[in-house]
Design a binder for this molecule. Sequence first.
Ligand SMILES: [Cu+2]
Length: 512
Amino acid sequence: MARGFTGCAVDNGGAATTTESSAGRIQASTAELPEPFTLPFRVPAVLKPVRQDDTTDYYEITQRVADAEIIPGATTEIWGYNGTFPGPTIVSERGRQVVVRHRNELPVPTVVHLHGGVTAPEHDGFPTDLVVPSGWDATRDEGKGAHEGHTPGSGSPAEVTEVERDYVYPLDQPAATLWYHDHRMDFTGPQVWRGLAGFHIHHDAEEEALGLPTGDRDVPLMIADRTFAGDGSMPYPALDPALRDQPGVTDEFHSGVLGDCILVNGVPWPVMEVAAVRYRFRILNASNARRYRLRLDDGPSFVQVGSDAGLLDAPATHDELDVAQAERFDVVIDFSDHSVGDEITMVNEHGDNSTEMVMRFVVTREEEDDSRVPDRLVDLERLSTDDVKVEREFVFERTSEDGTMMWTVNGEPWSPDSVAARTVHATVERWRFRAKNVEHPIHVHLSPFQIIERDGNEPGPFDRGWKDTVNLGNGGRADVLVRFDGFRGKYVFHCHNLEHEDMMMMGNFEVV
Ligand SMILES: [Cu+2]
């Protein structure tokens, strides 16, 4: 118990028997983990287009098994986009479409979702829109596990089962930190755990005019916890370790799988050398089940300039940042008050022992800095409650049916064929999300939303701007305004605790 079972009720780090403050249970590493702050920080490679024309940049990614050295001296088998974890970063510019050809050379089907992308339904990564490996027998998926009776692919916007496919991203949307990750029905948790996640950084002219730090000083930080076994592998408590047939995890991990090793861009507790200037960091929590409360020990504050779906109207200063799974915080950290030799450690206030530490910055040099953080950033349209046409409530809770524990939305387990909400294109709806049993971070595909109320009060400090994921404490409630536009069709919304998602905490909505 020393490592703390944290599946019991924990509300935003309040009265709890643990400081982890995440729904889930820790899998302790049996590998000898590296000493924190000894391994060099790195940034994922930026992917080059294979071809460009007047309107579109074309990319190719092969999803494959690869060996990585994450723990020095050990070999870790990962499943990676182009064989890397994180996957390569795609950089796009508003006004140009992106097409990514994904080829699946993994042993199991995959689905790619561009998280935060305003994407047509057939390209959004509906959980049954599989890209199957060569030789995959699709029939073996049927009649197994939790989806008995459902035909994979049925009811989905498109039934594409092929070894490779082109995902088309119009990206006619504001500059934002997006990310892409696996979204396969029932198996998202283990497949992301093995490495299927990467950044997609989207720019526009409005952002570029602001003068925020750019180039080497615009740095993505993918934070994710993992567990390492003595042989270097990253174990995951899947019922079917081959991830072929039986979905789900062993009972004790129903609430979520937590690791004890914190990776930033795939490196355990890295140390980054910085100049005494401003940097922009795009913080993403890509963990399956872990939430973080980040703080800079003996360091400056975070100046938030953007949230999930784009820039804020004005910067917001935080001494601590609460970052739930899948949330992005676009922040500026100003090291200019620090001297060469200073060390600033990013810590996780929700962590315990090894998970209390995230990464370290070491100031190694002085440099010129012509960046700035303007008092006003971008004009944000405010959705109004006066325009609300429909109000809906979705309760995210643990339920039990015939002795089988499930995570449900309004008591219903996810089915590819059902529709929990039929929304009219371009109208504003008020959605109320409520969390029971434990905390749940809720993600809505297609359309970002604005949080207007939290637990009956004003929105919280981390609720600013356009969001696509909202974290709910246990028993918590958030009211959001959302306008479904851009595309019509069927999409999902779900808990982004990936174990909850795989165990049915997902619903479909259809924009008509
Ligand atoms: Cu959840």
